[in-house]
Write a protein that binds this ligand. Structure first.
Ligand code: GCO
Length: 437
């Protein structure tokens, strides 16, 4: 690696991230069914119809995983708790085994010198709540607050940081507009409701945790750097529309108490009743903001109803996901977020990384370069005054990449999905060396 720990301020945090459904093994420990289980059981939604039933068997192997993290010199671990593991029906009686599991998990993090950075929702909605309408239902924010209370009553005393929701865009848009993620809807009214209700859930969870006396509470959003895909004026507008919907809608709700006009041009007729009255809740102050950044996108105008956009492939080298590698976009995004929304609020990179096919001969060179280039971009942003306090790599382990099943390998550690054997990759060793200096 071109960088080492001493290139960063002494309290800068290096972490790695995972999420519950992607690694734990949802079949274990009395967890209830989720909308990802039913989405996966429906033919055509997921590569080989794979599910998170066994994940990386982290449920049984977490101590080994944390020992590997400690040996690499990580300071923190960004993980998520599963709503359906804590409350199998989404509401009502908690699953004692699930609460015991997270209690043990957090103690194991601490005994491996890893600061727990929790996320309360990383996409696996309890199926019983999906039956009631899921993110479309006006009461979901209250259900989420109840779940927040139950899980944080158990582990909240040991958290370094907590964010309620991972990536509102993916929940609302990929789940309800494109149908690529569970629950697989393609419905603009459902989308508008989900986009608003995830932010209400974020706000009620922050208020719930504040009332419990918790601190260091934040929000995690995902970003793509948007390039217009051609030089036409219509494309310029489409690119701006995409940028507003993807990169600005949720930040604007939380930090400015309003939604962008270009987005409301399409969504307003479908919004829930009295949505304008919810911004005091949505804008409940947070202590930090997290950015997930992977790639850029090239957007062109497409004929048809709002949003009237399409994307086109770009010329840059691509990851196993087909995503262009564009580190400059990370620096620009950090600066944009600070300038337009967060000013002095601490920022964290809460996800960044790449998928690469398993190829032991090639020594993981692409992932090492990706890390180097994005950490350079992070340092550039810091040199320009961005109050960045940590970097989190996605992901610790190869894992369940949602609709793409187990094929896309994001891990610093290779996982054999038959034996669950872990093998650190060259990127793991390179990062460990960099963090030791
Ligand atoms: C996300 C999610 C992760 C994904 C990762 C790679 O950011 O989309 O938090 O669950 O696995 O991003 O696509």
């Amino acid at each position: 690696m071109r960088f080492c720990r001493s290139d960063f301020p002494p309290d800068f945090m290096f972490a790695a991230a995972t999420s519950s459904y992607q690694i734990e093994g949802h079949a274990y420990g009395g967890a209830g069914p989720t909308h990802w289980d039913s989405f996966a059981a429906t033919p055509g939604n997921i590569v080989r119809s794979e599910t998170g039933a066994f994940g990386c068997d982290h449920y049984h192997r977490y101590a080994q995983d944390f020992a590997l993290m400690q040996a690499a010199g990580f300071d923190g671990y960004r993980f998520s708790t599963s709503w359906a593991r804590v409350l199998p029906e989404g509401r009502g009686t908690p699953n004692a085994e699930g609460l015991d599991f997270y209690d043990r998990l957090v103690d194991a993090m601490l005994s491996h010198d890893l600061r727990p950075m929790a996320t309360l929702y990383h996409w696996e909605l309890p199926a019983a709540l999906a039956d009631l309408g899921g993110w479309r239902h006006p009461d979901i924010a209250n259900w989420f607050a109840d779940y927040t209370q139950v899980i944080m009553d158990r582990i909240g005393d040991r958290m370094f940081s907590v964010a309620p929701i991972n990536e509102p865009w993916c929940i609302a848009w990929l789940g309800h507009f494109t149908g690529d993620h569970a629950p697989g809807l393609r419905d603009i009214r459902a989308t508008a409701r989900a986009m608003h209700h995830v932010l209400k859930a974020h706000g009620t969870a922050i208020q719930t945790m504040r009332a419990m006396g918790m601190s260091n509470l934040g929000a995690v959003f995902n970003f793509e750097y948007v390039h217009p895909g051609d030089k036409s004026a219509k494309t310029a507008q489409a690119a701006r529309r995409y940028d507003q919907a993807y990169n600005h809608f949720f930040l604007s709700g939380v930090f400015k108490g309003t939604y962008p006009a270009e987005v409301m041009a399409g969504l307003e007729p479908h919004m829930p009743k009295d949505w304008q009255d919810d911004f005091a809740l949505i804008g409940t102050p947070v202590d930090w903001c997290g950015l997930n950044y992977y790639t850029c996108r090239r957007v062109v105008h497409a004929e048809g109803p709002w949003p009237a956009w399409a994307d086109v492939p770009g010329p840059l080298p691509k990851t196993q996901m087909g995503w262009e590698i564009y580190p400059e976009g990370l620096c620009d995004t950090l600066r944009m977020v600070q300038r337009e929304y967060t000013q002095d609020l601490p920022l964290y990179i809460t996800e960044n990384g790449m998928a690469a096919a398993h190829d032991p001969q090639r020594e993981d060179a692409a992932r090492i370069a990706y890390l180097d280039d994005h950490l350079d971009a992070a340092r550039q942003a810091m040199a320009m005054g961005v109050p960045l306090q940590g970097y989190t790599f996605w992901s610790l382990l190869d894992n369940y990449e949602w609709a793409l099943g187990y094929e896309k390998r994001f891990g610093l550690i290779h996982v054999d999905f038959d034996s669950f054997e872990r093998t650190p990759k060259a990127s793991y060793h390179a990062l460990a060396r960099a963090l030791s200096r």
